[in-house]
Design a protein around this ligand. Structure first.
Ligand code: ATP
Ligand code: MG
Length: 382
């Protein structure tokens, strides 16, 4: 598990140090640096997968380095990535260094530094320090999911890529391989433990997905099927007689509430988590009603209790409160949580990190941190 993450000269951060826990919430104002934290980890993963993270001694044509534009993140060129646009004031001023470093719970430190190169989309490594095979780390293993805010929307078909969904076990940064993953793995058994929903019909992945989705929309069920003859798969929904809908009819995603399909990749990522999985989530709550947001928090807590590490960006006080209730109820120890509040301080990002107690209470409640309810209420009662 990653316990500490340090970033230097990356976008909004001149330097930042973050404690990461089994479950970490990144909260705060828009454009305050939350996604940048996730992108930094995704940048390492993307560079590793393209083989550019392993050494500093590549030649100029095939040199290693941070691969800025790829499948997971599209960060542009060095000029886009470097904290504030770098302007050389002296001709012989040295190039600034961009560093991503983390420490694991085993006390091992992994660090990569790259040289600034304004026009390049691969920044050459000047330092790569790590002591165990990287493939052993969840960040570089197949037990990794990264779901961005820009996710799949309801559609009539979804891609059928064996390589991505089955070979790599990857749902896609937009969750685009989720339906194919679910189609292929629907009979897999969700292991006994916190992820199993007590009201599910059976222990299979599909039955568990349905049970958790019913927390978002009572009575719903899903089917993920191949479409014979073409390289696409189909998702359909049924409603067990709820909402006055005919229970025998299948409905295509485009004719069903947006939030269900939007949340599906998050639900599948959590339910297929293994001990040691790393799940990066942006705004899992998007398009869900408040109660659904709380349930989604419970599901991420269940994934963490089952051994995954979850780092998620959220704007939802229901997600925060879901986590606090889970701690209060004893589903997770408070020490397994980290909450960070990001805000801009002048040109730089500032991070405040309230600590959670075993009663779910937070040590600090900075101004702007989920206080809009009180602000509005005060105005209403004034
Ligand atoms: N090269 C750079 N130097 C300094 N700041 C930068 C640079 N590139 C981007 N930024 C700043 O980084 C921030 C981007 O933050 P990020 O995308 O992480 O926001 P966020 O907190 O995830 O927001 P949201 O809640 O809207 O998703 C913006 O404020 C942007 O101005
Ligand atoms: Mg963001």
């Amino acid at each position: 598990m990653i316990e500490q993450l340090s970033l230097t000269n990356i976008k909004a951060f001149r330097s930042a140090d973050l404690r990461l826990a089994p479950i970490t919430l990144l909260t705060g104002l828009n454009s305050s640096g939350k996604s940048t934290v996730l992108q930094s980890l995704a940048l390492l993963r993307q560079s590793y997968e393209s083989g550019t993270l392993l050494s500093t001694d590549g030649d100029s044509d095939s040199r290693g380095g941070f691969l800025l534009d790829g499948e997971l993140v599209e960060l542009g060129t060095g000029q886009d990535l470097l904290h504030e646009d770098f302007v050389r004031t002296e001709p012989d001023e040295p190039d600034p260094t961009i560093t991503v470093e983390f420490r694991t719970d085993l006390g091992r430190t992994y660090s990569w530094s790259a040289r600034y190169s304004p026009e390049d989309d691969v920044l050459p490594l000047t330092r790569a320090a790590f002591d165990t095979p990287l493939a052993e780390l969840p960040l570089f293993s197949r037990h990794f999911q990264y779901l961005k805010a820009d996710r799949i929307v309801p559609a009539t078909t979804y891609p059928r890529s064996h390589h991505q969904a089955i070979g790599r076990g990857f749902l896609g940064a937009r969750g685009e391989h989720t339906v194919n993953f679910l189609r292929h793995h629907q009979q897999d058994v969700v292991p006994d433990g916190p992820l199993r929903h007590p009201q599910a019909r059976a222990h299979t992945l599909m039955d568990q997905v349905v049970a958790w989705m019913q927390k978002l929309c009572p009575g719903v069920n899903l089917a993920a099927e191949e479409i014979p003859g073409i390289d696409s798969v189909r998702l359909s929904y049924g409603f067990g007689g709820t909402a006055g809908l005919d229970s025998t009819r299948r409905r295509r995603p485009t004719n069903v509430g947006f939030g269900l399909t939007y949340a599906l990749p998050v639900v599948v990522a959590c339910l297929s988590a293994q001990p040691g999985s790393l799940i990066l989530l942006e705004n899992p709550e998007a398009h869900l009603h408040p109660q659904g947001q709380t349930w989604l928090a419970y599901l991420t807590v269940a994934a963490v209790a089952a051994g995954a590490q979850v780092i998620m960006e959220t704007h939802s006080d229901h997600v925060l409160n879901g986590l606090r209730i889970a701690v209060k109820d004893g589903r997770l120890p408070a020490s397994s949580t980290a909450v960070h509040f990001f805000r801009r301080h002048g040109q730089a990002a500032e991070i405040i990190s309230p600590r959670m107690g075993e009663d779910g209470m937070l040590s600090d409640w900075p101004e702007g941190f989920f206080d809009e309810w009180e602000n509005s209420l005060e105005q209403l009662l004034d």
